[in-house]
Write a protein that binds this ligand. Structure first.
Ligand SMILES: Cc1cc2nc3c(=O)[nH]c(=O)nc-3n(C[C@H](O)[C@H](O)[C@H](O)COP(=O)(O)O)c2cc1C
Length: 328
């Protein structure tokens, strides 16, 4: 039986819903070709980090080196920024020539000054879409949630004004009125939302008594939050949805699609198991669909979303107490 596992994501036609997430696995043309050979539906390039570029400029000691020579300082800052951006643009152009699946560029923006220029140049280079990796840690006790959340709306509205290719927002779940914020953000004209990004998390080394980096890879149990919000938002938002974080198996791909995802993004599992696992995931997904008599992915997308099931409380339940009171 011929199974149709194609999907529409960010307004782009994907041969299947598996997307290689932005990571070190998507930072060169050679790696991109290998991912495409394994069968991925699309690729999100490693992010260009505005923060990193600014740090590089700083590391060159531009400020000290040139003292009061403002022109020279400006020139070196400009050169460093251009150099990084030009490499990224070259990567987009080479990737577009090398593979025939959508190439989505990724920008990690931290300010309003630089990213519009990046985004315009990236769109001109031929990227099929842009994923904006947005996160503002709401750590300032002086600032209200409304002030923090407004920044996301300003960025989404601003980029839609300037950029014509599809835009995805890769978000965290650090929103106070989560469902309301997600629905309103989806109405700004963006093509998609990625739920959710995974961040560097701190840990403490008890031997050295120092703060260290936590595990950079996710684990399968990290997917619960994504699954919950995917199901709660499917059918309510005005854009497509990609699931991300903790998708480590073909079973998890299917679960996220049943909950409402149009596509899924994977990174950790590809580091831990190798990229050849992509073709295994695709094969197993198809086998499951055959065993259940499904012909197309569209039949299962959102089938178990909160709006479609009889007991949506299963997704909203937050308290362990009552549910697990008999669990010893
Ligand atoms: C080594 C590594 C590098 C990553 N680099 C980026 C990046 O540059 N930009 C970005 O938006 N996400 C980046 N991510 C996050 C992934 O795209 C993804 O959202 C996250 O790892 C959750 O998916 P997973 O559970 O499948 O790993 C990176 C993840 C890893 C493990």
């Amino acid at each position: 039986m011929n199974i149709d596992i194609s999907t529409t994501y960010m307004g782009l036609e994907l041969r299947n819903p598996l997307i290689a997430a932005s990571s070190g696995l998507t930072d060169s043309v050679d790696k991109i070709i290998k991912l495409a050979e394994q069968g991925v539906g699309a690729i999100v390039l490693k992010s260009i980090f505005e923060e990193q570029i600014l740090r590089e400029i700083d590391a060159q000691g531009v400020n000290n080196m040139y003292g009061t020579y403002q022109d020279a300082e400006n020139y070196v800052s400009f050169y460093t920024r251009e150099h990084n951006l030009n490499n990224y643009i070259q990567l987009i152009q080479d990737a577009k020539k090398a593979v025939n699946i959508p190439i989505i560029a990724s920008i990690n923006c931290i300010s309003n000054s630089e990213w519009i220029d990046y985004a315009k140049r990236i769109a001109e280079a031929g990227a099929d879409g842009i994923e904006l990796n947005l996160f503002i840690m709401p750590a300032n006790a002086e600032k209200t949630s409304a002030e923090y959340e407004q920044v996301y709306f300003d960025i989404a509205n601003s980029i839609k004004q300037h950029i014509k290719i599809p835009i995805a927002l890769k978000l965290s779940s650090y929103f106070s009125g989560m469902a309301n914020s997600m629905v309103k953000l989806s109405q700004t004209g963006i093509a998609s939302m990625v739920l959710f990004n995974r961040f560097y998390s701190p840990d403490i080394d008890l031997n050295t008594e120092k703060v260290v980096s936590g595990n950079i890879y996710s684990s399968a149990s990290d997917n619960g939050n994504t699954l919950r919000w995917m199901s709660l938002l499917h059918g309510k938002v005005s854009c497509s949805l990609a699931a991300s974080t903790g998708i480590h198996s073909w079973e998890s791909v299917i679960k996220n699609i049943l909950a409402g995802a149009n596509a899924v993004q994977i990174a950790s599992v590809l580091y831990e198991k190798d990229i050849t696992y992509i073709s295994t995931m695709l094969k197993e997904m198809e086998n499951w669909m055959v065993s259940k008599n499904y012909n197309s992915l569209k039949e299962i997308t959102g089938k178990l979303s909160s709006a479609k099931i009889n007991n949506p409380m299963m997704y909203e339940r937050a308290q362990f107490m009552k549910y697990f009171s008999n669990h010893y």
